[in-house]
Design a protein around this ligand. Structure first.
Ligand code: ZN
Length: 163
C-alpha cells in the first residue's frame, strides 16, 4: 500500500480520480481471452490530461499505456513531470511486442506511475513495477481500486476450480 507516498489529501484525491478513469477505460477494450483489459491516462503535473488509451484500442496487441504514449510527441516537455495512471501494473514482460510498457514509460522520461492492480501471474510473471523502480520511477499502488481494475477481466480470472 502506498499511503505514505501521498504528501497530502489533495494528491490522494487527484490520484484516485485519475486512476478511477483509467479503470473505467478498461471496459472499452475489445474482449480477449489471451490478454488483460487495461486502461491508462497520462496527466501533467498541472493536472491536465495529456492522453488516454486502452488495451487493443488501435490494433489487436497494443497495450493501454502504449496506446496513450503513442498519442504524444516524445519530445513533449510535460512528460518529465507527468504521471501515468494505469488500472494494471505496467508490464515488464510481454509476448506480443519487443518493448514492454515499463520500458516505454522509462524511455518517455515519465517519472511517476500510479496503478490499482498488481499484475497476477496469469500470462507472464509480473516484473513491471520492479523494472520501473530500478529506473528510479516513483510507484504508487492504490489497492482500494483493484476490484474496479479487475472487473473487466473476470473472465480471465475465474477459471474452473483447481485450474
Ligand atoms: Zn504493457
Amino acid at each position: 500500500m502506498s499511503g505514505a507516498d501521498h504528501l497530502n489529501r489533495d494528491e490522494l484525491d487527484r490520484d484516485r480520480y485519475w486512476l478511477g478513469i483509467a479503470c473505467d477505460l478498461a471496459r472499452l477494450c475489445p474482449p480477449s481471452r489471451t490478454a488483460f483489459s487495461v486502461g491508462a491516462v497520462i496527466v501533467s503535473a498541472e493536472g491536465e490530461e495529456l492522453a488516454r488509451g486502452y488495451s487493443r484500442e488501435t490494433d489487436p496487441h497494443v497495450h493501454a499505456e502504449e496506446a496513450a504514449l503513442a498519442k504524444l510527441d516524445p519530445a513533449d516537455p510535460r512528460l518529465a513531470t507527468a504521471t501515468v495512471y494505469s488500472s494494471l501494473e505496467p508490464c515488464g514482460r510481454r509476448k506480443s511486442r519487443p518493448r514492454t510498457c515499463a520500458e516505454l514509460i522509462i524511455a518517455a522520461g515519465i517519472r511517476r506511475v500510479v496503478y490499482a492492480w498488481r499484475e497476477p501471474a496469469v500470462f507472464v510473471e509480473a516484473t513491471g513495477a520492479a523494472r520501473l523502480a530500478a529506473a528510479g520511477v516513483t510507484l504508487v499502488e492504490i489497492g482500494a481500486l483493484a476490484d474496479r481494475a479487475r472487473r473487466p477481466n473476470a473472465h480471465l480470472l475465474d477459471g474452473p476450480p483447481g485450474a
